[in-house]
Design a protein around this ligand. Structure first.
Ligand code: RBF
Length: 171
């Protein structure tokens, strides 16, 4: 599955909705920190650019991507949090850990979305090597952290569009 033609970092829909009162949690994995910091910078700046307030963006660090799910669930349990962005980077190695971690975090994050009825965004890179990761964390393929932030904003807007309600808080 290629993402070469899909780059939401350059999306121009700046008037999607007012997110100045929305609260975001960003969960960041410490493994491959050069990459995940760049993803975080991208996501944070994009939320601010679209109108989020600094005080409404809450960062939480976890040891590795496997831990993203539980931290996301803890954040989702908080009724004031509207959306959660999970950022990690799992690099293909010689062992099967890659598959186990990627599967676990993808299923885990999906479950938190459904269970808490809020956007929980999968911003986890799964490259073959460090260079591919850097290319997608502010390099030649954009920044998937930016895209994760825009996805969160779009999902909040979609929620309002479909339900007529302003926020998912309270479910
Ligand atoms: N976490 C990541 O976020 N990215 C990785 O590339 C990564 N590789 C790992 C490779 C091995 C062999 C192990 C044991 C762990 C790795 N982890 C990685 C950490 C994992 O997400 C988790 O923090 C630990 O397994 C503890 O639950």
């Amino acid at each position: 599955m290629s993402s070469k033609d899909k780059n939401l970092s350059t999306h121009s829909e700046k008037s999607i909705q007012d997110i100045s009162s929305k609260q975001f949690a960003i969960v960041v994995a410490e493994w491959n920190t050069e990459v995940t910091e760049a993803l975080y910078e991208g996501a944070y700046k994009k939320l601010i650019e679209y109108g989020a307030k600094e005080k409404n963006i809450h960062r939480h660090d976890v040891p590795g991507s496997f831990e993203l799910t539980l931290a996301a669930q803890w954040a989702a349990q908080k009724s004031n949090i509207d959306a959660i962005i999970c950022l990690g980077c799992v690099i293909q190695g010689e062992t099967r850990h890659f598959d186990f971690i990627c599967d676990a975090v993808a299923h885990g994050i999906t479950n938190v979305n459904i269970r808490y009825n809020k956007p929980v965004i999968f911003g986890v890179l799964t490259p073959d090597n460090q260079q591919q990761a850097l290319d997608r964390a502010g390099g030649k393929h954009g920044n998937k952290g930016d895209e994760a932030a825009i996805t969160a904003i779009k999902m909040l807007g979609l929620y309002s569009e479909i339900t007529g309600q302003k926020t998912s808080v309270g479910f």
